[in-house]
Design a binder for this molecule. Structure first.
Ligand code: PLP
Length: 395
């Protein structure tokens, strides 16, 4: 018998043991975690919509109309008109022909990738892609070739050597680094080498681009340039679920082939109605994005002045590079002692030797809260390993 307990013990020794915090009350910057009030900089609720009064009432008003449970899969009798209207709304929001609603982003990636590539095909995947993309690639049984992060010329060389059906898949915004994929160049080489481009914009939808329409439209790319767009609804949109958007033929094909779409129960339809309300809000309200951008600039200037090493990111994902697993944990603990919650991200979520604190900002934060984080970081500066210290940047 495999010794599971011993494996857990090894993880603890390596600084890789993971635990869960118990949150009570709604998700917001002032979080109650394990019974303690903490100022949180770790959620993906980038626009502060996870606890928005309007969206909460959209849900409670929908419930008597739709009932609670999804009750069946979409292809049996679970496809409610609330789901259908949301799909149309998401297609319009992303300026695409049609969209298909999935229960989670994880399921969307598994289903879409394994439907669009199979045995004998080749998938090209950015080395820093999200775990759900990696798993979708494995599930597809296609040959998988990873290319160096954002390296379009090495991707192009690989594409040129490969024949048969080719799929290129990338995060729009990388979830642990916060940088954006070189989408224009990717679209160009995919066209030149007849490869199908799939972009997972989990962290771009709602945050980037005109009216929050995402990184693909921010780059000025259409459905012809990026045929498959995946977006999630549990992050900036503040509810739950995911979608894929593209041509009608492609969505029809996914309805036939995407097993994580076919063999799962439809989401509660009331949640689709609340998501619809949230999309309306995202489209109308630029103020949240403007405030968020100001907070990002404020945090970056302050942290760099303290000598912390940041990544080239202008998104709400602002990692502080540490390197060593134990040092990242120590820094996270020291912040927590000052009432601030920032999680340490360690391998295998990030490459070996690249442990970091993943700071995420939200439009729900105030400038004063960002200043509190910076003050706390100033006090913990000595915990940073030598090699992670950056020459302080005068701003
Ligand atoms: C969070 C995330 C997902 C998974 O989405 P869920 O709806 O949380 O399952 C997929 N892709 C990326 C890039 C993500 O960051």
């Amino acid at each position: 018998m495999r010794d599971f307990g011993a494996e857990i013990e090894q993880r603890k020794q390596a600084g890789l043991y993971r635990t869960r915090r118990l949150v009570s009350g709604p998700q917001k910057p002032e979080l109650i975690a394990d019974g303690k009030p903490l100022l949180s900089f770790c959620s993906n609720d980038y626009l502060g919509l996870a606890n928005h009064a309007g969206n909460i009432s959209a849900l409670s008003e929908a419930l008597p109309e739709t009932g609670l449970g999804g009750a069946a899969s979409h292809l049996v009798c679970g496809h409610h008109d609330a789901h259908h209207q949301l799909e149309q709304r998401l297609a319009e929001f992303t300026q695409r022909s049609s969209a298909l609603f999935f229960s989670t982003g994880y399921m969307a990636n598994l289903g879409v990738i394994s439907a669009l590539a199979g045995r004998g095909d080749t998938i090209f995947s950015d080395r820093l892609n999200h775990a759900s993309i990696i798993d979708g690639c494995i599930l597809s049984r296609a040959k998988v070739r990873r290319y160096a992060h954002g390296d379009v010329s090495s991707l192009e060389a690989m594409l040129a050597q490969t024949s048969g059906h080719k799929l290129v898949v990338t995060d729009g915004v990388f979830s642990m680094d916060g940088d954006i994929a070189p989408l224009k160049e990717l679209a160009r080489v995919c066209k030149a080498h007849d490869a199908l481009l799939v972009v997972d914009d989990a962290h771009g939808i709602g945050v980037l681009g005109p009216q929050g329409r995402g990184s693909v439209l921010e780059a000025g790319l259409s459905e012809a340039d990026v045929p498959v767009l995946i977006g999630t609804l549990g992050k900036a949109v503040g509810t739950s679920g995911a979608f894929v958007a593209g041509t009608e033929v492609l969505m029809d094909y996914l309805v036939q082939k995407a097993r994580t779409y076919i063999y799962t129960t439809a989401m509660p339809p009331a949640l689709a109605k609340a998501t619809y309300a949230s999309i309306d809000l995202i489209e109308q309200d630029d103020a949240r994005r403007t405030h968020l951008q100001a907070l990002i600039a404020r945090f970056r200037a302050g942290a760099q002045e303290l000598g912390y090493q940041l990544m080239p990111s202008y998104t709400p994902i602002q990692p502080i590079m540490v390197g060593d697993n134990h040092a990242a944990l120590a820094l996270s603990r020291a912040l927590e002692e000052q009432g601030i919650l920032v999680t340490a991200i360690r391998p295998p979520t990030v490459p070996e030797g690249e442990a970091r604190l993943r700071v995420t900002l939200s439009a729900a934060h105030s400038e004063a809260q960002v200043d509190r984080l910076l003050k706390a970081l100033a006090r913990c500066r000595s915990l940073l390993p030598e090699q992670a210290v950056q020459e302080p940047v005068a701003v």
